[in-house]
Structures are given as C-alpha cells and as structure tokens.
Write a protein that binds this ligand. Structure first.
Ligand SMILES: Nc1ncnc2c1ncn2[C@@H]1O[C@H](COP(=O)(O)OP(=O)(O)OP(=O)(O)O)[C@@H](O)[C@H]1O
Length: 281
C-alpha cells in the first residue's frame, strides 16, 4: 500500500477505469457509468454537466465517501475499499471535500468551525480544548480573510448568509493539509466578484501545495476561463475530457441540450391524477 508520505512515481492522485456507481434507493440504475479518469498532483480540472449528470456522485466517489459498484478506483495508488476502516480513514484525511452546503454546526462560532478542519491532526484532548478556547484563531482569520470573511471570525454559524457559509466551508479547506481538493459548486451562492475571488483563492492554494483540484461548476464560462482541463459529464458518463482550448461551443450546446423545459410542458395547475394527494396510499 502507498503510505501517507509516498510520492507516486507519476504523481497520480486518482485512477478510475470503467467505474460505475449507484445510490441505494435511487430511481436510475447508475449514477456513474464506465468512468475512466486519471488525475495527477497539481492538476486543476473543472467538472461540468447538466443537473443530475453525476458531478456530486463523482466527487463523493473520489473523496472515498461513496463506494463504487464496479470498475477500478485508486486514490494515491491504493484501492481504498480494500483497506481496513482505519486505513481508509487515514487515506481520506489526505483529501478535502467541500460540499455545496457545508455541514457546519449552527450554534458554533465561525472560528471553531474553521479550525475543525485540523481535527484529523489533533489529539482528542487538543480537540476538546479547542471547543472552549480556539487553538489558533489567527490561522482561522487568515483563511477567512482570503475569502473576504475575516470580519466574521467570531460570528455564529447560523447567523451567516448562504454565501458566507459557503466561504466559511472553503476556509476550512485552507486549514486542512489535503493533497487533493474536491469542491462541489463553490459559487452557487456567490455574486460575480466573490466568485472570481473564490476561484482564484482555491486555485492559488491548490498550486501552492501542488494538490489536485477537482471542482464542479454550473458556470461553464468560468470553468472555461479558469481551468486548463474540462471534464464533461452527462447521464453518469464522461462526454468529453479535454484541454479547454479544444472545447467548442457546439460541444457545450450539445452537453446542455434538452435541459430547458419543452414548449408544451404541462401547466403547473394541470396535475395528473396520480399526483393527487392520497394516490400513493
Ligand atoms: N442520495 C441519493 N439517492 C438516490 N439517488 C441519488 C442520490 N444522490 C444523487 N442521486 C441520483 O444520482 C444521479 C446523479 O446525481 P448527482 O447529484 O451526482 O448529479 P449532479 O451532476 O451533481 O447534479 P446537480 O448539478 O443538480 O447538483 C441523479 O440521477 C440523482 O437523482
């Protein structure tokens, strides 16, 4: 097994071959199908594709949060699902997944929520003490400031706006020591200026630590402007995986074709009988 500090010869962080994945109780057979992808240290790629394409499922799979059903998956040269729980947990600590809505405890202060990113590296005692007296408020402030949020250091998490919560979640990423940064739609609650700042900060951080950065985005124009490599997903499959200068408008149009409601969509008041209350009882 590749150990924590192993440098893989070719810098490969993720390797997927013919990978498939499903959700328990999902309505569609596969959320991901026949995915082949290699991501190297220092690479920055944007995941694009229509709603339901599988972007979040792919990020969850990369983050070792969702077990694939078939195919090959290696993170840092190892199949994490063949490891013991303890070893898998150690491998997870080498990456950071920033979900679209960060799971921040509502009553916590921002400073404590941000410093929680260091939990994997702390002893139980350090973690408990930090709940009462934050261990390194300056580090939390520096991370927040890079997302223009330094003034919220001691605010309560449940008093933040949606966009502030999102950036608070991303500030945690800066305090982790992850070598793979997995970010799910980081701009969904941000205005254009903050979107630019947020992307620039994430990309600078990834470059500074030579980490792999995989970022899902609905803003195709920002993906093309900022990311050298574009991976497009649709219906759980990779449609294209190309350097951005090879991605054409026709490819983008095709990717998002059929994503608008048809002209003859039913009126919201015209509920079919099977949707009537009680029809499922
Ligand atoms: N927890 C779940 N249980 C069952 N099915 C799920 C679950 N999460 C996602 N799915 C299904 O898996 C497929 C891929 O969803 P996923 O969230 O990965 O897409 P996405 O590209 O991230 O979409 P969006 O852009 O809307 O966030 C969809 O068909 C979705 O309905």
């Amino acid at each position: 097994m590749a150990g924590r500090d192993t440098v893989l010869p070719e810098g490969l962080v993720y390797r997927l071959e013919g990978l498939s994945a499903r959700h328990a109780g999902g309505t569609r057979a596969y959320a991901l199908q026949d995915i082949s992808l290699a991501v190297r240290a220092g690479e920055q790629l944007a995941l694009i594709g229509p709603s339901g394409a599988g972007k979040t499922t792919l990020l969850a799979t990369l983050s070792i949060g969702h077990a694939p059903e078939g195919g090959t998956f290696e993170a840092f040269g190892t199949d994490p699902w063949r490891l013991s729980d303890r070893e898998r947990h150690k491998l997870r600590a080498r990456q950071f997944l920033a979900p679209q809505t960060p799971p921040l405890p509502p009553r916590q202060r921002v400073v404590t929520a941000v410093l929680a990113a260091r939990l994997p590296a702390w002893s139980l005692w350090q973690a408990l003490v930090s709940l009462v007296k934050p261990a390194d408020p300056e580090a939390a402030w520096r991370a927040l400031s890079r997302f223009n949020l330094g003034d919220k250091l001691y605010a309560r998490v449940d008093r933040l706006s949606g966009g502030e919560r999102q950036r608070c979640g991303l500030a945690r990423l800066l305090l982790s020591s992850a070598q793979a940064l997995l970010v799910d739609e980081p701009l969904s609650a941000l205005d254009p200026a903050l979107s630019q700042l947020t992307l620039a900060t994430l990309q600078q951080e990834a470059a500074a630590r030579n980490a792999a950065l995989v970022c899902s985005l609905h803003q195709v124009e920002l993906a093309l402007a900022h990311f050298p490599r574009i991976v497009a997903l649709k219906e759980g499959r990779v449609v294209f995986d190309l350097p951005r200068d090879q991605v054409t408008q026709a490819m983008i149009d095709e990717l998002y074709m059929n994503e608008h409601p048809p002209a003859n969509a039913p009126h919201p008041h015209d509920l079919p009988a099977k949707l009537a209350v009680g029809a499922c009882l």
